[in-house]
Design a protein around this ligand. Structure first.
Ligand code: IMP
Ligand code: MG
Length: 179
């Protein structure tokens, strides 16, 4: 697994330090608001587990699972495979995501949750790859862990063919590992 990684982009220590910072910001933002923290499966699971433990104010947890019709990433034809299980009407909602790439997934998730009439809806993404954004997608994440270059990254929850999610850091995959 390790030998398929070209470069460690974000070490465990860097990720932990950034999550500590985000935890302070989110705890201040959501004090007294009892937000619903919605994780977008599956890439978010590792970040989600670490992030909510740095939110020091009461919050409610939920998840949704979306995918594209074709089964591939970033086609723009998204469907809800598993919706959140609570009513968010009038609630403060925070979306947690692994990566904001072309923007299709988050744009879809955001509009889906917005239609349920939350009191507020914000986005926290661990990674942002702004160079890949699809024209026409103007949604800006409210909280970003790290901006990353235009390379395919794995680890810390991010996968290639459902592998590498268990790497404790974020690394760039060697092109030969795609084949
Ligand atoms: P989108 O292109 O912003 O819709 O991102 C779609 C999904 O593709 C993300 O939520 C990730 O799960 C996945 N994805 C995008 N870029 C990468 C990457 O560099 N590595 C692994 N997964 C990625
Ligand atoms: Mg994802």
């Amino acid at each position: 697994m390790e030998r398929d990684i070209m470069e460690v982009l974000l070490s465990e220590e860097q990720i932990k330090a950034r999550i500590d910072e985000l935890g302070k910001e989110l705890s201040a933002e959501y004090a007294g608001k009892d937000p619903v923290v919605v994780g977008v499966l599956k890439g978010v699971v590792v970040f989600y587990a670490d992030m909510i433990r740095r939110i020091t104010v009461p919050c409610q947890t939920d998840f949704m699972w979306i995918s594209s019709y074709e089964g591939s990433n970033s086609t723009g034809n998204m469907v809800v495979k598993r919706d959140i299980s609570c009513d968010i009407k009038g609630r403060h909602v925070l979306i947690l995501e692994d990566i904001y790439d072309t923007g299709n997934s988050l744009d879809f998730t955001y509009r889906h949750l917005l239609s349920k009439e939350p009191a507020s809806l914000k986005i926290c993404t661990l990674l942002d790859k702004p160079s890949r954004r699809k024209p026409g997608i103007t949604l800006q994440p409210d909280y970003v862990g790290f901006e990353v270059p235009n390379a395919f990254v794995v680890g810390y929850g991010l996968d290639f063919n459902e592998h590498y999610r268990n790497l404790p850091y974020v690394g760039i995959l060697k092109p030969e590992a795609y084949n």
